[in-house]
Design a protein around this ligand. Structure first.
Ligand code: PDD
Length: 284
């Protein structure tokens, strides 16, 4: 059986799924999205993702295509039709279709597209492997808190990283501070064992995995602080890691040419991976 996608009320073969060339998502990146991990047939932090989708839509005054309850029904059906128990759901909502013109007309019918992807189940062993990141200038717009499909800067950055044999690129703002990865949030652990990640603001996406990690750190009584850190501070850190719904938590053992800590995944990070693995398990 081939892959099935959902487009505006229909379940269609993936290869035949299409939206109009005048869709504002295509013309202007006038569109927002979410990616949700699926473990054991369950959405990980599904409500959090749907709440963030709602916020992105609201910030851009795009009409919500349907209620959370209905979105969840579509997700369930898509997972069922694709026979997926481990993987991810991708959903995109654009403002809709209109003749190309910068100002958008009122009352457009939003376009809703969903796809499901099969992935391997969460595997601690895989996550225990350290990865390399490279630093790049953050050239994105000033509303990175909205999860728009305007991802060209990230796509260029991650391609650059891949060509350097790196797993991710961490973006650096004009003042030399790390904002976040191209598709993940950035974390370091300093020499006194404090977990550090940039505070929420318009310059980063409020990651759902980030939120869960902070919640777990709080519950476990781990030391943490939400503040910006420079690239130099990151290179001198004891440990580093990067987090997202699709890659979960990956220990960072090298940034550019600098080895982080011992050059092996550190204790703090391994603990966070374990906590996050258990946290996901509880939702299945
Ligand atoms: N990206 N920062 C950026 C710029 C991101 O694109 C993502 C996620 C994150 C992590 O957010 P979360 O923990 O909610 O997944 C941070 C998704 C996975 C993507 O674009 O595929």
């Amino acid at each position: 059986m081939g892959r099935i996608a959902y487009v505006n009320g229909r379940y269609v073969p993936h290869g035949m799924a299409q939206v109009h060339i005048e869709d504002r998502g295509f013309q202007f990146a006038d569109s927002v999205y979410e990616v949700i991990a699926v473990q054991g047939g369950h959405l990980i932090d599904g409500d959090e993702h749907l709440d963030r989708l709602e916020r992105s839509l609201r910030e851009l005054t795009i009409t919500s295509p349907m209620s959370h309850r209905s979105l969840k029904l579509v997700i369930r059906e898509l997972l069922r039709q694709n026979r997926i128990t481990y993987g991810s759901i991708y959903m995109q909502v654009s403002r809709g279709q209109a003749d190309r013109d910068f100002p958008f007309p009122e009352g457009l019918k939003p376009t809703l597209v969903m796809t499901a992807k099969r992935l391997k189940p969460f595997d601690y062993k895989l996550l225990y492997n350290g990865v390399k990141v490279v630093s790049i200038a953050d050239i994105r717009w000033k509303r990175c808190d909205i999860k728009t499909v305007s991802l060209l800067a990230g796509a260029m950055g991650k391609t650059f990283a891949k060509k350097q044999g790196a797993f991710e690129a961490w973006q650096i703002d004009a003042q030399g501070f790390v904002t976040e990865g191209t598709a993940s949030n950035a974390w370091i652990v300093n020499s006194d064992g404090t977990l550090i990640t940039r505070a929420l603001g318009a310059d980063i996406l409020g990651g759902i995995t980030r939120k869960a990690i902070l919640k777990l750190a709080h519950k476990e009584g781990l030391k943490y602080v939400e503040r910006a850190f420079t690239l130099e501070e990151a290179k001198a850190a004891q440990e580093a890691f990067t987090s997202s719904s699709t890659m979960f938590i990956r220990p960072v053992v090298q940034i550019d040419d600098s080895k982080i800590g011992t050059g092996e995944p550190g204790e703090f990070c391994l603990k966070v991976i374990k906590l996050y693995g258990d946290y996901m398990e509880q939702q299945t």
